[in-house]
Design a protein around this ligand. Structure first.
Ligand code: FE
Length: 464
């Protein structure tokens, strides 16, 4: 591990040393001098190691960006704060370092909006880049920025950044060189590797410590539809149906376990993998009882923050599902797309889903779901769902579910549901279309749990 840390530091040093002769975007000093001054101002003000390293590396995005990265005219790399933050994370620096680097441009936009005088203190180059970075923040952006855990440090970093443009270092002590930061940087990387390792260890025993971790447990059970929410970045979710039974034409089936893993890897996006075994338990009319395994991969994206995200108005999301062929069944792959709108009031929450797809049996398919939930502040809230699905030329499903969600802990929710289903099947017998109707009841019980696997990414708004 220490090799990896040492190599990462070498890479950073090479970039910065290379920048010794590179001017600092329209300012009269070099990139290296700007970085060293900024780091030293942080150190002088008693900043933590994370903060000092972030100060030193805050403009690394200008130096590490790909050749073809978008540029701001003659003013360096567009989105250099984000490129730099991600670069630091990739090298293994702590999340705090990455977040602070990412926040330094937003801090400028914040300060200009909050203190119009600040604009006059900016250098001409800084004023020019401000325009390209989105200008002063809107009220909504201000609020969002203030809610960031590192908000205050981001502002401090900004002041060091603004001061670090001295043509001559005033002393009295000489400006510390890059080498003086080596040990600090290696330690930062090594420690954050250790922390990450510990987190994965925690995840491995999560089943034992299920309620100890805070997450949001937003996986949507026991419904067919879903909510316009996605995992936070770094959040892992597990949803499981501990048992579902149903009866089809006198044959009993257990659908168990339904397992869904969800990962928040990119901002506003969840990746989901759902797996469900169907195990026949009835006599099956003499046929073999072979379990089938059904799985689907989904990508869910949040288009608009709304009441479900603590903002106002509708929460709007979309999901694309790849329906993988069942194991032990004769079908193929399919796919579908869902549009999701949710809204929360004090008395309850409504989610509306509209799905269009192509099934594993290669029929066009439309699904509509409406979920109604009781007040979110109740520990146990009643829920219901109306569901309609038309798989063309095959079957029409109409279903109603009543149930309850019990929020045992913020990260752990138990769900219960009873679902009545009417199936209107269409079949072709000897050239004739025949319709049959069947009624089915299903009991659903399960849970969803989530945990923050690594530190949350900054909720800094886009400035491009
Ligand atoms: Fe800077």
């Amino acid at each position: 591990m220490s090799d990896k840390a040492a190599n990462a530091v070498e890479r950073v040093f090479a970039l910065l040393k290379n920048a010794e002769n590179q001017d600092y975007i329209g300012e009269p000093i070099s990139q290296l001098a700007h970085a060293l001054q900024c780091g030293e101002f942080a150190a002088q003000s008693g900043a933590s190691d994370d903060e000092v390293i972030a100060a030193l590396l805050h403009d690394i995005g200008h130096l590490c960006a790909a050749e073809n990265a978008a540029k701001m005219g003659g003013f360096g790399i567009d989105s250099h704060h984000r490129i730099g933050g991600d670069f630091a994370r990739e090298l293994g620096f702590s999340e705090c370092v990455g977040a602070l680097i990412e926040g330094h441009v937003e801090a400028k936009r914040y300060l200009v909006a909050k203190h119009p005088k600040y604009l006059n203190e900016l250098s001409d180059a800084s004023k020019e880049t401000l325009k390209r970075q989105g200008g002063p923040m809107s009220d909504e952006e201000l609020q969002q920025f203030e809610s960031h855990p590192q908000f205050k440090t981001m502002l401090k970093l900004r002041t060091w950044d603004d001061r670090a443009k001295l043509i001559e270092w005033p002393g009295p002590k000489p400006l510390p060189n890059l080498e003086s930061y080596r040990a600090m940087m290696i330690k930062n990387i090594s420690e954050s590797f250790q922390r990450a390792g510990a987190r994965w260890g925690i995840a491995a025993v999560a089943a034992l410590a299920i309620v100890a971790h805070a997450g949001n447990a937003e996986a949507y059970r026991p419904f067919e539809g879903t909510a316009a929410t996605v995992n936070n970045r770094g959040e892992f979710g597990l949803a499981m149906g501990t048992g579902e039974t149903f009866d089809r034409a006198g044959n009993g089936f257990i659908l168990a376990p339904f397992i869904q893993f969800s990962f928040g890897i990119l901002p506003r996006t969840s990746f989901n993998l759902g797996v469900r075994d169907s195990i026949p338990v009835g006599p099956m009319g003499g046929r073999r009882r072979v379990p089938t395994v059904r799985s689907a991969l989904a990508l869910k994206y949040l288009f608009r923050d709304g009441t479900l995200q603590g903002k106002t108005g509708l929460s709007i999301g979309g999901e694309i599902d790849a329906l993988l062929p069942d194991v032990n069944a004769r079908n193929w792959a399919g796919g579908c797309g869902t549009f999701i709108v949710s809204n929360r009031w004090t008395w309850g929450t409504i989610h509306l889903n509209q799905t269009a797809g192509y099934t594993r049996l290669h029929n066009f398919d439309l699904q509509t779901a409406a979920i109604l939930e009781g007040p979110i502040r109740w520990a146990v809230r009643p829920v219901g769902e109306l569901y309609f699905e038309q798989e063309f030329e095959r079957v029409t499903t109409t279903a109603a579910l009543v149930g309850a969600l019990w929020r045992v802990a913020p990260s752990f929710v138990i769900d219960l549901g009873l679902r009545g289903i009417r199936l209107d099947a269409q079949s072709i017998n000897e050239g004739r279309v025949a319709f049959t109707t069947q009624y089915i009841t299903e009991a659903r019980i399960g849970f969803s749990w989530s945990t923050q696997m690594w530190e949350p990414a900054p909720k800094v708004t886009a400035s491009r």
